[in-house]
Design a protein around this ligand. Structure first.
Ligand SMILES: Nc1ncnc2c1ncn2[C@@H]1O[C@H](COP(=O)(O)OP(=O)(O)OP(=O)(O)O)[C@@H](O)[C@H]1O
Length: 317
């Protein structure tokens, strides 16, 4: 059996009569990146808060084991094994980055010399040496997140919870954060990540669980999830309206988009299917100006699995 860093079954949490988590099972192998993906308000932060002992699950919840420790009977040991960063950042803006690090070292009862050594090493690793003597309130969003993770690492946790680590960051800072996360895992740390960004889960996670309406709607690798739903198609676009009409008439089963002069044909994108579409175009004597192949991506999975009927792209970017 694989060594699990986090194992929870039947995780439940309600606020009054609002059920936020309705029997969630989680199994996160040690040394992997696990992404809990879900729309706003799905309960991702609630799950992180429970797993990191910040709030208690409902009494009807099943057992939760984090870092080999039972969360109900030994929360102190769980706290010793984990680090948490995210929406409830520990960074104090009034003091410098270095002072934040030293404070963390004190909290972990490191000696003065050891604290200084660890702080200097982490500030260097997270590219914060130049900013170390400046108040953290002057840091950019990306620098604050880096400081937050650096502070978490002072305690050398084996499991790190990252609650929406890149929300609000620009693309460059987001990529830097992804590199940091990959490096953590390369060093043997387990990362439990929540995100609203499909691309982020696809990019980083070994396994992804999609949380919707308090339940896990699907779980697997990005590829497994993509295989679960249809959505692959070939799109033919025309500039000549006559060619478009001829093609639309002859290709009955295609979905027509009259405004864009485009036809969409369900397809798995295989060479065989592409060849038959090209053969058919040749035989009909029509010339498509553009042919694109769309294989299902996590967007398709997400929209197929979550209840929102429209594609709320704004909410996801
Ligand atoms: N202390 C609380 N009291 C009442 N309701 C709460 C409380 N904390 C969270 N909720 C509700 O629980 C639901 C899930 O919240 P949660 O913050 O876990 O979602 P999320 O998936 O992290 O969303 P987001 O991506 O917006 O951060 C929301 O509807 C929220 O309003």
């Amino acid at each position: 059996m694989t060594d699990l860093a986090i194992a929870a079954s039947g995780l439940r949490k309600s606020y009054g009569d609002k059920t936020v988590l309705d029997g969630v099972d989680l199994a996160v192998p040690a040394g992997s990146i696990f992404a809990l993906l879900g729309p706003n308000g799905a309960g991702k932060t609630t799950a992180v808060k429970i797993l990191s002992t910040l709030i208690a699950p409902d009494p009807a919840s099943g057992p939760i084991v984090v870092g080999g420790h039972d969360l109900a009977t030994d929360p102190q040991a769980v706290r010793g094994a984990i680090g948490v960063t995210g929406q409830f950042s520990a960074v104090d803006g009034l003091i410098t980055g270095e002072e934040n690090m030293l404070l963390m070292a004190d909290l972990h009862h490191l000696s003065k010399a050891e604290g200084r050594r660890v702080a200097a090493e982490l500030l260097e690793r997270f590219d914060l040496v130049e900013a170390a003597k400046k108040p953290a309130s002057t840091y950019s969003g990306g620098m604050k997140r880096r400081l937050d993770i650096a502070m978490t690492l002072v305690g050398d946790p084996r499991i790190i919870f990252l609650d929406e680590p890149t929300t609000g960051l620009d693309p460059r800072s987001r990529h830097t954060m992804w590199q940091i996360i990959r490096r953590l895992v390369a060093d043997g740390v387990t990362v439990f990540l929540t995100t609203q960004y499909l691309e982020e889960a696809d990019e980083l996670a070994d396994r992804i669980a999609v949380l919707n309406d308090g339940k896990i709607a699907a779980e697997g690798t990005a590829d497994e999830l993509k295989r679960m739903i249809p959505g692959g198609h070939v799109r033919l676009r025309f500039t000549d309206p006559d060619a478009y009409r001829t093609a639309a008439l002859a290709l009955g089963e295609a979905t027509a988009d009259d405004d864009a002069l485009a036809l969409q044909i369900a397809s798995d994108g295989s060479q065989r299917e592409l060849r038959s579409i090209l053969d058919w175009l040749d035989a009909s004597g029509v010339q498509a100006d553009e042919l694109t192949v769309h294989t299902p991506d996590l967007d398709d999975v997400f929209f197929a699995l979550t209840s929102s009927s429209a594609k709320p792209q704004e909410a996801l970017r």
